[in-house]
Every structure is written in C-alpha cells, then in structure tokens.
Write a protein that binds this ligand. Structure first.
Ligand SMILES: [Zn+2]
Length: 630
C-alpha cells in the first residue's frame, strides 16, 4: 500500500499560535485527509521546537525549568489543533528522549565520517538569535536580523562541512523541478547557492553560554545548535512516532510544508545534512507566503494579530479553513480581512453550497416525501464531471495547488445549481407525466452532492460530515475503490431533516449609509408632484420561477388589482421563487415595459440592497392588491 508522509515545521514553543501557524497546519491536514480518503497509509506530523536560548530565558523569568516552561506552553498548540480539527497522527517535541537519542546518533555518525570538524572560530554573536555573523554581515555594527548589539567571540566550535555539498545540491534542485515549490522560491534558492560559495555550518554552542540543548555525543562541553536539532525531527519521528512503523518505512517525506522565511534552512541545511548522512531527500519542500491583516503587516505593536480562537468563535472552523485556501493561491502572500471572510461565507458557502443542499432537500421533501427517488436515466455530463474531478483534484493537490482544487469543487457546485435552474423541478412537479424526469433530476442533484461532500471533506471536515448526514449516512466513510463511482447513493432511503449548512452573516452597513447620505445631499430636491408621477401599487405574487440561464432574474406574475402583470426582478440570488408566492409586494406600475433576457417585464418590484444582499419591500399588514402606495 502506498504511503504518504507530510510534515509542518515544529513550531517554536514560546510562540502564541497565530494565523501563520494555522495556515501551514491546515494545509498539511488537507493533504493528510485527502490521501487517507484515497486509501493511502498516512503519517501527518507536527510538533514543537523546545530547545535554545530564548526558551531558557523565558523559563528563568518565570522561575521554571525550561522543560516545565515548555510543558506549559505546548498546550497552546495542542488545544488549537484540536479545535481546528487537525488530524495529525503524532506530535513531536524536541525534548522527547527518543528524539534526543536520534540526534546524538546522527551527530556521532557525521563526526565519525569526518563531516563534522572542530575549528577555531572568530565572529560576532547575537545572543538572543543564537547566531554568528561575519563582520560584513553586520549592519551598523549590530545584528542584521534583530538590530541588537553583538559580541565578538573567539572560541573553538564544531562545523558541519556543508560547503562540499553545494554542487550536488544545485544539481538535485535542477534535476527535480518539484523538489522546491513554488517555482519562484526554487529560483531564489538556486540564486542563493550560485551567487556565492556556500559556507560551513557551525553546529555547536559552548555550554557555558547555552546549556538548554542536546549535548554533543563527542564533546560534553557543547550542546547542539537548535536548527540542527530541530530539522532532525522529520526523521527521528519516523522511528518512534510513525504509525505501523514496524511495517512501514516512512522516511523520506512526501512534503515538508514551511513558511517562506525558513525555506533556506530546509532547502540548504537539511538537504545537505541528509546528503552527508547518505539518506534520501524529501520529495518536496513547499514554501508558502505570509498573511497581512486588513492590508497591514501583522504585529503585536499594531495590535492586529489574528487570534485563531476568536475567528473560530465568530465564524466557525470550516469557514476559517475554507477562507485561507480559497482567498489566496498557496505560495503567494495573502491578506486576511473580516469583510472578505464574510463575503466568502455569504456568497460561496451560504449561497452556492448551502442553498444547493437546502433547495434539493426541500424539493425532495415536497415532491417525494424526503425519499431518495430512483433515477430513470443517468445524466452523463454531470456524472462524468463528478467522477473526473477526482483525477483533477489529485493533480492539483499533488503540487499543493489548494486554490485550484477548490475551483474544481466549485465548478461542480455551480454545475449542479445550473442543472436545477435548467430543469426547473417545480415545473416538472406540476405535470404527472414528468414524474420520471423529476426523479432523475432530484437523484442527480443528491448524488452530485455526495461527491461534493467527499471532495470538500479534506478542506472542511465538519461540512463533509454534515452533507453525508443530510444524505442519510450515519458516518463519513469513503471506500476509495467504489465510492468515487457515480450512482452509489441508494434510492429509497428517507433523508433526515437538516438545518442550513452556513447561515448568512448579517453585516453592518453603517459605512455605506454614511456615504449614501453624502451623495444624496448633492442631488437636487424634488417636489411632491414629481413623486406623484411614480405610480406605486400593492401587488400579490401569484407565480414565481427562474428566468432561464440566469441565476439572478426571477419571473413573477403579480396581481396589481387592475391586471396580472409579468415582472422580471433581479432578486434570484437571494430569494427562492417558491418562497415568494403569496407575498405582498410594492410595484412601480407606470414604468415603460422592458425586456430582460428576452422576457417582458411590465413593472418594477421595490427592493432594498444590492443583488447578493437585498430585501424586497413588503407590507406591515395585508391590504387589497391595487392599493396606491403614497
Ligand atoms: Zn539578533
């Protein structure tokens, strides 16, 4: 059986988890869930980096040992991953005894092979960053990374002879176009490697300066440089945390997902370490972009750090997960804003997806007493699109193109919505001779939704499960051999009552209101006679359906006292035709007739708002049709 091993970086245990951590971890979760659904053996690893100067200092300040401090911090990540529905198979901590043992074994191996050597070292050291800098790298004599003062240090240290692997690494990256993705990042790494000779990597810190680390097995006066320790987690975990590790060789990983700020560490340090150890390299290292918030860099001083718990409380886990991968191409930088999130929820989750399910279930209830009908024919185009989406999804997710995967799923959702509009089941239902057609249409929609549920599950696990429950399944289970085939939804099954998947989020329109008042001031005032020229009358909706090939326009037959008028109204994105029948509305009756998409409209319906967020004007109590509105 095929195996699939995906990792996030191990997060710095001092950090409070923010949107960046969430982004990487959900990306790995999507891949893990998708590959499990395909029947692969999956190992999804995340964890925390717990050694180093800053951990030691933070612990000292709190009067704790570094391990006690780490124990109290690590739960911040573990709790959040539970809330985010992260399905990691293991959580590694670099303070695990097993990990430390592996790090020491590999250090010893490299030392014995002559890949690690002791040398006198002169340089400038930034204590908080635990980094050496050369004279040239300093900016105004200070640390180029944090701007703090550095101290000159002369001491013996241990070096990994990284320089001798530069050519091999360049060759590997050039021969394997998918080794580093996206391509722009790959070119940056190649540029870095080719621009100047690669140096050796100092991998030790004397204990008198830093004691909180893994001791070098060949020299007890030193501990291991944190990066060297941290990177090895990807391998050490396979030996003591990998599922079924007695039978499955997990190394090498299929994907290391990292933020772009730590790409060099992975692409250069880790790759050359593995080469020196004669170990296979990972298949892919993917560096994603950063998030700004409302157009600004996220920072503590600006107070605009996105707290994932607050987003979940307000909008739910699935909407949050969806937004991160729908809004931005994975690999590029993105901007997080609540307005954009709400927009996505209302248009794509509530309207496109939520309404599709509700429409299907309410028609099924009305026409078939909620029992899944037997399809009389197979709708080949839709069946083919549903089935073939799978290979397209495999291809997209194989290169971490999450945005493309969501496009594929939304194409299917759009197709199903359009299919309903084209076939107008509410018309079919009126004609007993169309009963077979009606059965086919409703079955096709429900079976299409089963595919939507499967495909969405890796992105939005709760939603996938809810769709499956709505379709009468007790659990979300997918048999990869059979369930990606059209027609698996059993007929004759009675479906349960289901609430809306994503309630719309009402937004405050205060800002817009202010703008409007200002523009209105500039317009000239009108007299009562001007107003009286507009004939407004009360009408009652007798019939309503959708205008063919339009998702916006509805055709209404309205009784306005004098006659039954046909009115075309652009309210179809918000209102279901059936919901309007019987309602009292206000109509402009002396407007010149006009044709909209070929359909004659003899009046205008009053409504407030724009096409995706509007309300029709109704009356506070019943009055006879034809009554003037003044
Ligand atoms: Zn610094």
């Amino acid at each position: 059986m095929e195996k699939f091993y995906v990792t996030t970086p191990i997060y710095y245990v001092n950090d409070i988890p923010h949107i960046g951590h969430v982004y990487t971890t959900v990306a790995a979760d999507i891949l893990a869930r998708f590959n499990r659904m395909l029947g692969k053996k999956v190992f999804f690893l995340t964890g925390t980096d717990e050694h180093g100067q800053k951990v030691q200092e933070a612990a000292q300040k709190r009067g704790l040992t570094p391990k006690e401090h780490a124990d109290s911090m690590v739960v911040n990540f573990q709790k959040l991953w539970k809330r985010m529905n992260i399905s990691n198979d293991a959580f590694i901590r670099t303070t695990d005894e097993e990990h430390k043992k592996v790090v020491q074994e590999l250090l010893q191996k490299l030392y014995d092979k002559g890949e690690i050597v002791k040398r006198p070292y002169q340089g400038w050291y930034c204590t908080p960053d635990e980094r050496f800098w050369t004279e040239k790298e300093l900016i105004d004599g200070k640390c180029p990374e944090c701007g703090r003062p550095v101290e000159q240090i002369e001491e013996d240290n241990y070096f990994f002879v990284m320089s001798k692997y530069a050519d091999r690494l360049i060759e590997h990256i050039e021969k394997n176009p998918q080794y580093i993705l996206p391509e722009t990042r790959r070119n940056e790494v190649l540029g870095f490697l080719k621009s100047k000779p690669l140096g050796d990597l100092c991998i030790s810190r004397p204990k008198r300066r830093l004691s909180w680390g893994i001791e070098l097995p060949f020299d007890r006066d030193y501990v291991t440089y944190v990066w060297f320790d941290a990177l090895i987690n990807y391998y050490s975990a396979t030996l003591y945390l990998g599922p079924e590790r007695d039978r499955i060789t997990w190394w090498p990983a299929e994907h290391h997902i990292v933020g772009k700020d730590i790409l060099t560490t992975h692409a250069v340090y880790w790759s050359t370490m593995l080469m020196a150890l004669d170990m296979p390299l990972p298949k892919n290292i993917f560096a994603h972009g950063w998030w700004t918030v409302e157009g600004r860099k996220m920072s503590k001083s600006l107070g605009n750090v996105v707290n994932p718990d607050e987003v979940i409380d307000k909008y739910g886990v699935d909407a949050f997960r969806f937004f991160l991968f729908r809004e931005v191409t994975f690999g590029l930088d993105g901007d997080f804003s609540e307005g954009a999130l709400i927009q996505r929820i209302n248009t794509e989750l509530a309207n496109d997806l939520g309404n599709l399910l509700q429409r299907c279930l309410s028609m099924l209830n009305k026409y078939f007493d909620s029992i899944v009908p037997e399809p009389k024919t197979k709708e080949e185009t839709i069946a083919t699109q549903a089935e073939e989406s799978l290979s397209a999804l495999k291809e997209a997710l194989g290169v971490l193109a999450f945005h493309r995967a969501l496009d594929i799923i939304w194409d299917l959702i759009d197709r199903l919505n359009k299919y309903i509009d084209e076939n107008q089941p509410w018309h079919l239902a009126k004609d007993p001779s169309q009963r077979d057609k009606l059965s086919t249409v409703l079955y096709t929609c429900l079976e299409g939704l089963r595919f939507v549920g499967m495909y969405l599950y890796p992105f939005m696990p709760e939603t996938g499960v809810k769709i499956f429950h709505a379709l009468g399944y007790e659990d979300f289970t997918v048999d990869p051999e059979r369930d990606f085939t059209w027609g698996r939804l059993p007929s004759g099954r009675k479906l349960p009552k289901t609430g809306p998947l994503f309630p719309r989020i009402e937004t405050k329109k205060e800002e817009k209101k202010v703008e409007k008042v200002e523009t209105e001031k500039k317009e000239p005032l009108i007299s009562i006679d001007d107003f009286a020229r507009v004939q407004l009358k009360v009408g009652r909706v007798l019939e309503a359906d959708r205008v063919k090939n339009s998702n916006k326009l509805l055709r209404l037959i309205v009784d306005t006292g004098d006659k039954h008028r046909q009115i075309v109204a652009g309210i179809g994105k918000v209102y279901e035709p059936e919901s309007l029948v019987g309602k009292q509305v206000v109509v402009v009756t002396n407007l010149k007739p006009a044709k909209l998409m070929g359909v004659l409209s003899e009046g205008m319906l009053l409504a407030a708002g724009d096409e995706t967020d509007l309300s029709i004007v109704t009356l506070e109590k019943e009055v006879p049709p034809g009554t003037r509105v003044k």
